[in-house]
Design a protein around this ligand. Structure first.
Ligand code: NDP
Ligand code: GDR
Length: 327
């Protein structure tokens, strides 16, 4: 049987790297869209970290350039397309609202158009997000909870989400959205709070820093592990019928308590090191997120396997190892 072919936008990001690894293990040919930068050569550090950089085929493209996506879809003739590319940092979306709209919102529409016009039989995955729920309407968010995004990022993602639903209903595309709650790993960018904390804790432990500056640590998030979550993406595209699914753990924790897990792991007291910096508070906040993964469990047979404590300790250990090599 011919090998399946998967195209991943955002392959250099956290999820792109883990998804590429999963698909390679499953025997896929994996193609990735990478935007050109002056840092060519280091772009694939996450893929290198996983030891798969030479196993994926990279294509030069950008979500803001439809012509590049049309060309890449024509050249790769994918069976499955995973749209993970985005300006994904919520805080930055107030600084660059238009770019966020172009990449995170319109970019998804460009990927959908390139599939509709060049490869309509391909199955499509859209990286939707719990940020679309925003101002909380129900204590536990499911596929039927109304949306009320609170940031330019959440609004751009909501447009992409509805475009995915619309292309499924209008053109019969096999297009699914995963409404994923926060998921982390040692490959998480250091601007996101979990990795900022684990990196900061490792620095303090090694004597490279004294304090960790954070914003609002009373907010609550439903945190899972990226390795578990990319498995859910793949499962969605193996279903006969496309659909939308909430992917979450069903447990919520404050940033404060997540910090305690990281500091405890190296025998430090968070109160001695955390400094609250009002400049890091957001113009509008999503106070609490808690997902109901019931449908994913029922239909996909998926559930989160790696608990928060295990993940945070893994991240602290990875940061300690990385920093020890660097110093
Ligand atoms: P990352 O920020 O780690 O990765 C984003 C990827 O998008 C990178 O590969 C980046 O490339 C690429 N990208 C950015 N702009 C463009 C562009 N103009 N053209 C082409 N590629 C571009 O995100 P994650 O891996 O954490 O998340 C994957 C997706 O899932 C994102 O869409 C995110 O919004 C969404 N999501 C993430 C969640 C999470 O908790 N991680 C939860 C819910 C949704 P480069 O390397 O060049 O920067
Ligand atoms: P989020 O993740 O905005 O939920 O988006 P992030 O880790 O950035 O923030 C989580 C919460 O922590 C609070 N916070 C801080 N956040 C950061 N980054 N830095 C700080 O110093 C800090 N102090 C407190 C934030 O205010 C926020 O409430 C992530 C991204 O991956 C999105 O792309 C994805 O869609 C959602 O998760 C689900």
């Amino acid at each position: 049987m011919a090998k399946k072919r998967a195209l991943i936008t955002g392959i250099t990001g956290q999820d792109g790297a883990y998804l590429a690894q999963l698909l390679l293990e499953k025997g896929y040919d994996v193609f990735g869209v990478v935007r050109r930068s002056s840092h060519a050569g280091v772009f694939d550090h996450r893929l290198k970290w996983l030891g798969i950089a030479s196993d994926v085929q990279i294509f030069d493209g950008n979500l803001t350039d439809l012509s590049s996506l049309l060309r890449i879809v024509e050249e790769t003739t994918p069976d499955e397309v995973y749209n993970l590319a985005a300006q994904s940092f919520v805080a930055a979306s107030w600084q660059q609202p238009l770019l966020t709209g172009q990449v995170t919102g319109l970019g998804a529409a460009a990927v959908l158009e390139s599939i509709r016009t060049r490869q309509p039989q391909a199955r499509f995955y859209q990286a939707s997000t719990s940020e679309m729920f925003g101002l909380i309407q129900e204590p536990m968010q499911s596929e039927t909870t109304p949306f009320y995004p609170r940031s330019p990022y959440g609004i751009a993602k909501l447009y992409a989400h509805w475009m995915t639903v619309n292309y499924r209903e209008s053109f019969g595309l096999h297009a699914s959205s995963g409404i994923l709650f926060n998921h982390e790993s040692p490959l998480r960018g250091t601007e996101f709070v979990t990795r900022k904390v684990t990196d900061g804790v490792a620095r303090i432990k090694l004597g490279l820093a004294k304090e960790l500056r954070l914003g609002n640590i009373d907010v609550k998030r439903d945190w899972g592990h990226a390795k578990d979550y990319v498995r859910a993406m793949w499962l969605m595209l193996q279903q006969e019928t496309p659909d939308d699914y909430v992917i979450a753990t069903g447990r919520t924790t404050t940033v404060r308590d997540m910090c305690a897990i990281a500091f405890d792991h190296v025998g430090l007291n968070p109160d001695d090191h955390i400094v609250i910096d009002p400049a890091l508070f957001r113009p509008a906040e999503v106070e609490v997120l808690l997902g109901n993964p019931g449908k994913a469990k029922r239909v996909l047979g998926w559930s989160a396997e790696i608990p928060l404590e295990t993940m945070i300790r893994e991240m602290v250990d990875a940061d300690l190892a990385r920093l020890r090599v660097a110093v």
